[in-house]
Design a binder for this molecule. Structure first.
Ligand SMILES: Nc1ncnc2c1ncn2[C@@H]1O[C@H](COP(=O)(O)OP(=O)(O)OP(=O)(O)O)[C@@H](O)[C@H]1O
Ligand SMILES: [Mg+2]
Length: 186
């Protein structure tokens, strides 16, 4: 499948795409050397069990909540990363990404999200270089046409406040404290 990147100017106005998250990832995602144990093209055939989970995250899916109970290092975060990339390119809107702590959120942003943006051609132009003035791009917040990704930690009550979101990505939930989970969910 060739590139199915979306146009730049119209991305905030168009109806959401019917392309699935797994097809988008297959066509566009490159796993970077600095962020992946197996760098190179993302192939959904390498982790077939992630396909339905990723596709349930597509806007065309009728599921509103997806819970993934899993073993370690089987691609759970990568499936979520594909969802983030897809959302920026195909169905922009506000997204909150929550890691167990703010520090882990920053680590995910620098170690996983920044390489994802840098190495995916259709995202590179949408999320401006953090070094440029007024880029709207910091470690904890990435702006792009039609949306924003905000990254925080479940340990930050303040970070979880006052953010109306269309998408909520909760990663490594078993490391949240129970009171934190209640704050995020309620
Ligand atoms: N389809 C794929 N092809 C190649 N590499 C993949 C694929 N899916 C995931 N990986 C790689 O496998 C490694 C583990 O993935 P990831 O960190 O997403 O797992 P995880 O289940 O979230 O792990 P943990 O339980 O530690 O949080 C990463 O380096 C990731 O890039
Ligand atoms: Mg993970």
């Amino acid at each position: 499948m060739g590139d199915i990147c979306d146009g730049f100017l119209s991305s905030g106005l168009k109806p959401d795409s019917v392309i699935s998250v797994s097809d988008w990832a297959d066509a566009n995602r490159i796993l970077s050397q600095t962020a992946s144990s197996e760098p190179g093209r993302f192939r959904k055939s390498r982790t077939p069990y992630l396909k339905d989970i990723m596709d349930a995250l597509s806007p065309s899916s009728s599921y509103e909540k997806v819970v993934f109970m899993k073993g370690s290092q089987i691609g759970g975060t990568e499936a979520g990363n594909n969802w983030v990339g897809y959302m920026i390119d195909q169905a922009p809107g506000p997204m909150l990404v929550v890691q167990p702590t703010v520090e882990m959120g920053k680590r995910w942003s620098k170690g996983r999200l920044a390489p994802l943006i840098e190495d995916t051609l259709c995202l590179r132009d949408k999320v401006k270089d953090p070094r440029s003035r007024d880029s709207g791009n910091t470690v904890q917040s990435k702006e792009f046409p039609g949306g924003i990704v905000v990254i925080t930690g479940a340990n930050s009550a303040v970070g979880l406040r006052s953010m109306p979101v269309r998408y909520l990505f909760l990663d490594e939930v078993d490391a949240y404290r129970l009171t934190q989970i209640l704050k995020v969910i309620l």
